[in-house]
Structures are given as C-alpha cells and as structure tokens.
Design a protein around this ligand. Structure first.
Ligand SMILES: C[S@@+](CC[C@H](N)C(=O)[O-])C[C@H]1O[C@@H](n2cnc3c(N)ncnc32)[C@H](O)[C@@H]1O
Length: 347
C-alpha cells in the first residue's frame, strides 16, 4: 500500500505525471491536517453527535458548546476527509462509508485509535531527537498507572475486533488443544476469539502490568474471564511455562531487536508441545529493493517508540529459522493493511 494524491481531473493527473506539484509539501502539510482533523472529530464529540441524524453546523455547535465558525470549518474539513457528508440544505451527517468506523455504536468503531493518536502525536514530536541519538521513546517503559496505557490498549483492542475472526479462523491448532499462551496479548481479544472457536481451549495472556490491567478489564466486561486469564510479566524474562498447544506472538516482534526476537523464540520452542502451533502476526515491510510503499513509515514508528523495526519477510523467517521453527503458511490479513499471519511449527 502506498501513500498518494488522488487526482480529481485530467489536468491534475497530467500535473502529477509531469511532477509539477510539490509532492513533499502535499504529504507533509495535507497529511498533518487530515490526521489532526480526524482526531478532533473524536475529541470534540462530533461523530457521536452526528449519530442522532443530520444537523446544521449551528445546532451542532450549540450542542457541543463549540464556536459556530469553528464547527462549520471543522465539518467542511471532515467532508474533505470523507468522514462527513454535507447534504442539500447545508446539514451534515456521517458519510455512509465512514459510519462503520466512526459511529461509536458500530462494532467496527475506531474512535479509541484516533484518540490514541494524541499520544502518538506527542511521540512523533520527538522524532528528530530519536533519529539523532538513537534513543527511543520506550512506550513500554511507562509506569503501569500511566493513562497512556489505557488509550494504547483500547486502540489495539479496536483493531483486533476487526481482524480477530479472520485471524483466528486461519490458525490450525492440534486436535483437542487445551491451552494457548498469548505473548504481549494485551486486550486478549485474539486469544478469546481462538478459544471461542476451539471448544475446551483456554488462554493465558502474558503482558506488562500496564497493559495487562487494561486487558483484564476488557475481557471481564465482555464476560470472557472463563476463557482468558491475564498474567503480568516481561516476556523477555518471565518463566513461560507450558507445554502449550499454541503460542501467539502478535504485533510484538516489531518492538524487539533481532537478538531479542531470536532469544524469545528459542524460549517459546521450549514451552510449545511437539505438535503445537506458533502463530505470528506482524506488519511486514517489503524486502529492501522492492518499490517504496508506506511500510517503512511503520518501521520508523517502531524505531521511535521501541528502538526496533518493521522487519522484512526474510528477516522474520530468519528469526524463526534460528530458533528452530519452520513456516507452514503465511497469509496477508485483509482487515489490517500490511499485516501478515505466519503459522509455524517446530522443525
Ligand atoms: C502493539 S501491542 C499488540 C497487542 C496485541 N498482541 C495485538 O496484536 O493487538 C504490543 C503489546 O506487547 C506488549 N509488550 C511489549 N514488550 C513486552 C515485554 N517485554 N513483555 C511483555 N509484553 C510486552 C505491550 O505491552 C503490548 O501489549
């Protein structure tokens, strides 16, 4: 998947082909504005207020205690972001395609992720310093009661809700599987979906205290504590236990260095039953000589937040190989752009 400008007409298309418009300005300026406009829609309660039906900017401003001019201007910017639609007569509503993502009552709502972007925005303010010094923000080093854990794990939960059926449906466990370990499982939603699909299966999520606290609440409020148990600990040092019928490592590799990944996978090897399944979900970036896509941006995000990287398929295969695993199959996840599920077994 690539970033890009969408031409509206032939003239703009020709200008694009001839490289007449300054694309770096467009990416930097419009990218920033689109991001913050969509975030403001959540924080100011615009999307929620629009779920009651179309309203004028004046009515919305009065309801949300905002300035009239500011509300009208923000709504127009949200129209440009395809989040809101202006109807004839000047009233606004959530755009039909955006409703599934921005209506808080939708099972696909991603408002918590947009809210989490405020924390991510602050981290990105530190980018140049991190590139200069190599010192990452270390988002997993925050104190367990830091409010950012809540935003982080709820954001991850909302993405997991979208993809869990697709992902869990693609993980083959040995017959009669009883217990899986979800390393860095946070909200536990992927593990819960796996348990719901495999009768008799229970899951343990092993995660840092700040994450496990929030994850435990999410699982409790969904009534799933009989299936998923949270354990607090550092996956790099904690006793993993086992033998498990399956081990999940979802969106964690990119927070670890290559050496940490191999060391962790070697310990996973010792905790997996001989016929057990190792499932890895990762943002994979293309091999370095492939044409540029948006994936290296994610790599920079992981460097900033953890001092780590988005790895290529060959690099991940190398970690697995070094630890004695063989990839059985891999598939891209339709609900999560750039993410791939790898299923591996002991060699
Ligand atoms: C990007 S989130 C992924 C959450 C979940 N697995 C998913 O796919 O939605 C990364 C998770 O890894 C956890 N994590 C990172 N480093 C860890 C460590 N050293 N020990 C335990 N958990 C860790 C974080 O706390 C967080 O919950």
């Amino acid at each position: 998947m690539r970033l890009g400008l969408k031409a509206d007409n032939l003239l703009e298309r020709v200008a694009g082909w001839l490289n007449l418009a300054p694309q770096p300005v467009a990416h930097a300026f419009f990218g920033m504005m689109a991001s913050r406009t969509l975030m403001a829609g959540v924080r100011l309660g615009v999307y929620e207020a629009l779920t009651d039906g179309p309203v004028s900017a004046e009515t919305l401003a009065a309801r949300l205690k905002l300035s009239q001019e500011g509300t009208r201007t923000l709504l127009e910017a949200l129209v440009a972001c395809e989040a809101v639609e202006r109807q004839r007569g000047g009233r606004y509503r959530l755009a039909p395609r955006a409703r599934r993502w921005l209506d808080p009552r939708s099972p696909n709502y991603v408002g918590a992720f947009l809210e989490f972007n405020y924390a991510q925005w602050d981290w990105w303010n530190k980018l140049e310093g991190t590139v200069r010094t190599g010192e990452a923000v270390d988002i997993h080093g925050f104190a367990p009661d830091d409010a950012r854990w809540r935003d982080y794990i709820h954001a991850m939960h909302q993405l997991a809700r979208l993809a869990a059926p697709e992902v869990a449906g693609a993980i083959p466990l040995p017959r009669g599987a009883k217990h899986v370990l979800d390393l860095g499982g946070a909200h536990g939603w992927f593990a819960a979906e796996l348990c719901l699909r495999n009768k008799g299966l229970k899951a343990t999520v092993l995660d840092l205290e700040g994450s496990a606290r929030v994850g435990r609440e999410i699982i409790a409020s969904a009534g799933l504590t009989h299936l998923v148990t949270h354990r607090e600990g550092d996956i790099l040092t904690a006793e993993l236990g086992g033998p498990y019928d399956g081990v999940m490592l979802f969106q964690v590799m990119h927070h670890l260095s290559p050496a940490q990944n191999v060391a962790l996978l070697r310990r996973v090897r010792g905790s997996l039953a001989p016929k057990g399944t190792l499932a890895v979900l990762e943002y994979l970036r293309e091999d370095r000589d492939a044409p540029a896509s948006a994936a290296p941006l994610i790599g920079l995000h992981y460097f900033l937040t953890s001092g780590a990287a988005a790895y290529t398929p060959a690099e991940v295969e190398g970690f697995l190989d070094d630890a004695g695993f063989r990839i059985e199959h891999s598939r891209p996840i339709r609900h999560l752009p750039l993410q791939t599920l790898l299923v591996a077994r002991l060699d």
